[in-house]
Design a protein around this ligand. Structure first.
Ligand SMILES: [Zn+2]
Length: 250
């Protein structure tokens, strides 16, 4: 497809050489834009930031779990102590009763009950010791966690700042490219601009230089016949690359 460089209502384009240069500049701006967007979307700063946030979240969840373990152990210890105190007073009552009992069978029953209580009391002591050990381990773990909190928060803040800086640099690049594009567009005839956009949306790169017999868009050589046809294209028209369809700037 050939498109006239000069539209009837456009005076800015003056000959194919100039408009070719303008199109290549537009292409350079758009390529730089695509590269900036790609860089913005694949910033290592974003990966680092996500990792730092992940570590912080993981820390937070460990802290909550550990505090929960401490609370559960404390509640368990309190329960053990309460049950032990009840057993102690019950046992004391039975022991006092035993001193007043005369019938051997009754004394035997009391002794059996006291022995059972003593056994339960001993089990509770074991359980309490276990819980104390869990409590002490959890306290140590919590202290370890609290010791690294500052470093983790600083890591997130640093990663946050580095990401914001990287994003802001790319944002400025994109703004400056958009401004340059805005300035360039009026010098391109609308029909040509439309053709440029159509090819760009299909192929990414719309305008490519013809270097010798090679299209710099697809890096393929044109045959002698194709080259001849391209060369015979009038100066006020921009030919397509017969291989890739890009606008070929001579
Ligand atoms: Zn090509």
């Amino acid at each position: 497809m050939l498109v006239l460089v000069s539209d009837n209502n456009d005076q800015a384009a003056s000959g194919h050489g100039d408009i070719g240069v303008v199109l290549l500049e537009l292409q350079a701006i758009d390529t730089a834009h695509d590269q900036s967007v790609h860089r913005r979307d694949t910033l290592t700063e974003r990966v680092d930031h996500a990792e730092a946030v992940d570590r912080m979240r993981n820390w937070e969840s460990q802290r909550v779990t550990t505090i929960g373990m401490i609370g559960e152990a404390e509640a368990g210890i309190a329960e053990c102590e309460e049950a032990s105190a009840e057993i102690d007073s019950h046992r004391k009552r039975l022991e006092a009763q035993l001193k007043t009992v005369i019938a051997p069978r009754e004394a035997e029953a009391l002794q059996h009950e006291i022995a059972t209580l003593t056994e339960r009391r001993s089990d509770l002591d074991d359980r309490e010791l276990e819980l104390m050990s869990v409590h002490s381990d959890a306290e140590s773990r919590l202290n370890e966690l609290l010791a690294i909190e500052g470093a983790l928060r600083a890591e997130v803040a640093g990663a946050d700042e580095r990401l914001a800086t990287a994003e802001s640099i790319i944002r400025s690049e994109l703004e400056s490219l958009a401004a340059r594009r805005e300035l360039l567009l009026p010098s391109i005839p609308p029909a040509l601009a439309k053709r440029y956009e159509a090819v760009r949306s299909k192929l990414g790169v719309a305008a490519a230089r013809l270097a010798g017999s090679r299209c710099e868009g697809c890096h393929l050589d044109l045959s002698a016949g194709e080259l001849d046809e391209v060369r015979r294209t009038p100066d006020d028209r921009i030919p397509d690359c017969p291989q890739c369809g890009r606008m070929l700037i001579r």
